[in-house]
Design a binder for this molecule. Structure first.
Ligand code: SAH
Length: 466
């Protein structure tokens, strides 16, 4: 299996710094699937090519309890690029994938003229186009003809292999992450057990590009080897990171996906936003706080509704605020719309005078990210100090988790807890009482008779003070 990466950026040999592999040497790595080599067929100032060669060892693949074991020695694995190559890439170019470079940090941040080639790859030209074009690549995928196969032979017909060439001006880290995720997606034969941490790997490698990709449903499903519940959970997290998904109706999935619950599940995030917006409108709120706004998923929905005259996104994480700024494309937003939005950093467990005087506050999927002993401080700062007339809180319903097949722990790696309906109801009622609010409990998402809805929502309304 072979992959080459070429740049014409000058000096082109700087590629060696970005990949942390010196162009004058041959680098070898022992992997569970075989031996990987990195070498440079050309390395001049004008043009430099790094080649990753994976010499698959069928012996090492034997005895694995997966699809490989079936094919044993007589399969195409040693030749056709696949998830094995993706695995090798991940191992051999680890810091480059993370966008880190000790020697050329500025260069690692820059988009460079690149050409990627995978000369033998299972997949179709159409799918290669659908996957790579939206990411800014020019795609040339040439079907590889089979040698003189008689028409009556079972192998007759179009070959399942392509020669893939991608060109574009793209950051090296992004290019490698695109390949890491999309090679196995193109191949669509998953060769290893899909562990729950695959979701995290997918989200990490897909950061900044997967959430907005038009084929994100297909990519996520195939990457997670058709394990629907895991794909659903990943899509929900991607959706949270993608305010544009408000625009994307669930039925943008291709026919192939249409019958799958993923499309419906994906819209849980949308249903949640809709339910929150509806609650805010019912309350007649025009000036609203989105507390723990994260990547700005709700801010995007609020901005679309001109009823909300002043919208404030607050988060403790400056990274989240940067992400929201980028995702909402604040730099390109028309002045009038931009003027309705403020973003600032604040920790919700401390009183902040800037949060006072608003009609409503939302805590969408935030409380479960706090350690339980910090919750009283959060309640004191939001309901006790900021004191908006309405506070809308959503959080997962832990009872519903059994419906997510394959989910073992919590729904997200940063969740500190997930509550049953009784637990959330108990917290909501005692908190409301402590701060002079009335509370109403609602469910969001498809209801299961026994388990309730996947998301639970509490609406606090300030009682008229005597
Ligand atoms: N509301 C967003 C993000 C949910 S993730 C959405 O549903 O898409 C939880 C967010 O809460 C994260 O962005 C995290 O940075 C933020 N957060 C966690 N603890 C916080 C605290 N003490 N103060 C402010 N924000 C906090």
């Amino acid at each position: 299996m072979l992959l080459t990466l070429t740049t014409t950026h000058r000096p082109a040999t700087d590629l060696g710094y970005l990949l942390v592999k010196h162009p004058d040497k041959v680098h070898t790595a022992d992997l569970p699937t075989g031996t990987a080599y990195v070498l440079y067929p050309e390395a001049t100032e004008e043009r430099c090519t790094a080649a990753l060669l994976l010499d698959v060892d069928p012996q090492r693949l034997r005895g694995r309890a997966d699809a490989f074991a079936l094919g044993q020695f007589v399969n195409d694995r040693p030749y056709a690029a696949s998830s094995l190559l993706a695995g090798a890439l991940n191992k051999v170019f680890r810091s480059a994938l993370r966008g880190r470079s000790k020697d050329r940090p500025e260069l690692a941040e820059r988009a460079l003229p690149l050409e990627l080639r995978v000369p033998v790859l299972r997949g179709t030209p159409e799918l290669a186009e659908r996957l790579f074009t939206p990411l800014g690549w020019r795609v040339v995928a040439t079907p590889i003809p089979l040698d003189d196969v008689p028409e009556t032979h079972p192998l007759a017909g179009p070959s399942p292999y392509i020669d893939l060439v991608l060109t574009g001006t793209i950051r090296v880290a992004d290019a490698l992450n695109h390949l890491y995720v999309l090679l196995p997606v193109l191949d669509d034969a998953k060769h290893y057990w899909v562990a729950p941490d695959e979701i995290d790997k997918l989200l990490r490698s897909g950061e900044g590009w997967l959430a907005g990709h038009p084929e994100k449903v297909l990519i996520t499903r195939r990457y997670l080897a058709h394990r629907k519940s895991m794909a659903a959970s990943a899509l929900e997290q991607l959706d949270q990171a993608d305010p544009d998904s408000v625009d994307a109706p669930a039925d943008t999935a291709t026919d192939e996906e249409a019958e799958l619950p993923v499309a419906r599940r994906q819209s849980l995030a949308e249903q949640r936003r809709d339910a929150i917006v509806a609650a805010l409108r019912e309350a007649g709120a025009a000036r609203v706080l989105d507390l723990g706004c994260g990547g700005g998923a709700l801010l995007g929905a609020l901005l679309k509704d001109s009823h909300f005259a002043e919208i404030v996104g607050v988060d403790v994480s400056s990274r989240a605020l940067d992400l929201a700024e980028r995702r909402l494309r604040l730099d390109r937003m028309p002045e009038r719309k931009r003027a309705r939005l403020k973003l600032f950093q604040s920790a919700l467990t401390y009183r902040d005078d800037r949060l006072r005087g608003y009609d409503a506050a939302v805590l969408m999927e935030v409380i479960e990210h706090l350690d339980p002993p910090r919750l009283p401080a959060l309640a004191a700062s939001v309901l006790g100090h900021a004191q908006p007339a309405t506070v809308v809180v959503t959080t997962p319903n832990a009872e519903y988790n059994v419906r997510y097949e394959g989910l073992t722990g919590l729904r997200h790696s940063d969740h500190r807890f997930e509550w049953t309906r009784a637990e959330f109801g108990g917290w909501a009622r005692s908190t409301a009482e402590a701060y002079g609010y009335a509370v109403e409990m609602r469910g969001v998402g498809e209801i299961d008779e026994a388990l309730g809805t996947p998301t639970q929502m509490a609406i606090f309304r300030k009682e008229e003070s005597a």
